[in-house]
Design a protein. Structure first.
Length: 427
């Protein structure tokens, strides 16, 4: 029992670090607890590290995925060198923030080295409850926000600026619940336990609809296609089993009851579908100038226009007449530009090596994902394979190549992704 509590504690610490922002936004910005700004986030990560580190650090240390580790560490070292020797011409970065960007992921990796891969199921179980708690907190936050209305993206508005929020953090959090629940449900016994995990996945799908993020819907669609491609025969064979049909019937009856008792749920789904369709039309129009729905007037999508300018800048400055060998090889300096397209920003700011190390990491991640789809090392690796679709799409749609929160996700993958046996562990 003591060992189980230890692994649950460490698993909670892992989830607190690599998926911190949903809970941080709820506690800090919705509940108003703790210091404002990034200080609370750093404090939250510190508590997660305390949960993760074992009381006796003189124990076995486990080896990570060495290929991913070398690729990411190369980019980490390149970023560190650029920060000190090739700063941005637009001005220097804040020293404390940048120092934490490079130190915290290494501390996280150090802590993860003590967690045995055969206990990875604890991480998934804790993940289901952790992400569910965050989703419930999101509903509480928007229910108590007088300015929020149906059709608006569901997110916790920052205290520092009530006009800004981050729906992507809650969308990815909901995707985590969906994947983790569907992976865990295959290994649990008991009808009611299975019902719980299925309902958790369905509830999180509703949260995903509320957040209304295009990239998350695309990711979930791709995950579904991948799952059907690798598991289609098994699905057809297992669908007509009595237990499976009984579970589906119970879930369907519950959903029908909910929709019949709460008419606002149907209204909300209709409103969000219409809003999502309109925004999707705007995104297509922003990138291509082509209007998808002739009955609706397309408008410029503000969240996409910066990416359009980013591709235009890269094409003109790095591939056009203004291009130079020096820019291509060495880039324009540490965090010289923010593109919201990490794959482009890596080469524009840090040159050819930045592109090779950063985008090479995701190439290796994709290769490992294909391997794990076919022969997963364990349930956690199966989860990571599907969630990697979110990460791979993200290098074209958001964040930065040098980003502390994303680096913590990469370290999580470096430690556990594709680790098959304990033969690679070090004593």
């Amino acid at each position: 029992m003591g060992d189980e509590l230890k692994y649950y504690r460490q698993a909670l610490g892992i989830n607190m670090i690599w998926n911190a922002y949903p809970i941080v936004f709820i506690v800090r910005d919705s509940f108003g607890i703790g210091p404002a700004g990034s200080a609370f986030t750093v404090l939250y990560w510190a508590v997660g590290l305390l949960f993760l580190i074992p009381f006796n650090i003189f124990t076995r240390i486990y080896s990570p995925n060495r290929i991913l580790l070398v690729s990411w560490l190369s980019f980490w070292a390149l970023g560190l060198a650029y920060w000190h020797y090739y700063p941005s011409p637009n001005g220097g970065t804040e020293r404390t923030r940048e120092t934490l960007t490079y130190v915290i992921p290494i501390l996280f990796l150090f802590g993860l080295m003590f967690y045995p891969p055969e206990k990875s199921r604890y991480i998934l179980v804790i993940m289901v409850f952790y992400t569910l708690f965050a989703s419930v907190g999101l509903l509480y936050g928007i229910a108590h926000d007088p300015n929020w209305h149906f059709g608006e993206r569901a997110a916790i508005k920052f205290n520092a600026n009530t006009n800004n929020s981050n729906p992507h953090a809650f969308a990815n959090n909901a995707i985590c619940t969906i994947i983790a629940s569907l992976v865990v449900v295959g290994k649990v016994n008991g009808f009611f336990k299975k019902i719980f995990y299925y309902l958790a996945a369905i509830f999180s799908l509703g949260i995903l609809v509320l957040t209304r993020t295009n990239s998350s819907f695309i990711s979930l669609g791709l995950m579904t296609l991948v799952f059907l491609f690798f598991n289609g025969k098994g699905i057809i064979k297992g669908f007509f089993q009595v237990k499976v049909l009984a579970t589906i019937a119970a879930i369907w009856a519950f959903l029908v009851f909910i929709l019949s008792q709460f008419t606002f749920a149907t209204y909300a789904l209709t409103a969000y579908y219409q809003t999502f369709a309109k925004r999707f039309n705007n995104v297509i129009y922003t990138f291509s100038g082509m209007q998808v729905d002739e009955e609706q007037v397309a408008e410029i999508d503000n969240s996409s226009i910066n990416r359009v300018y980013s591709f235009k800048y890269f094409r003109e400055i790095f591939l056009g007449e203004e291009a130079s060998l020096g820019k291509i090889l060495f880039g324009e300096g540490y965090k010289a530009h923010f593109f919201d397209v990490p794959s482009l920003e890596a080469i524009v700011n840090q040159g050819l090596l930045g592109f090779l190390f950063f985008d090479g990491f995701f190439f290796l991640l994709g290769i490992t994902s294909l391997q794990q789809f076919m022969k997963p090392a364990n349930d956690l690796s199966k989860f990571m394979a599907y969630f990697s679709i979110v990460l791979i799409l993200g290098i074209f749609s958001g964040a930065r190549p040098i980003d502390l929160s994303m680096w913590l996700v990469y370290v999580f993958y470096i430690r556990f992704f594709g680790i098959y046996s304990l033969k690679k562990s070090l004593s």
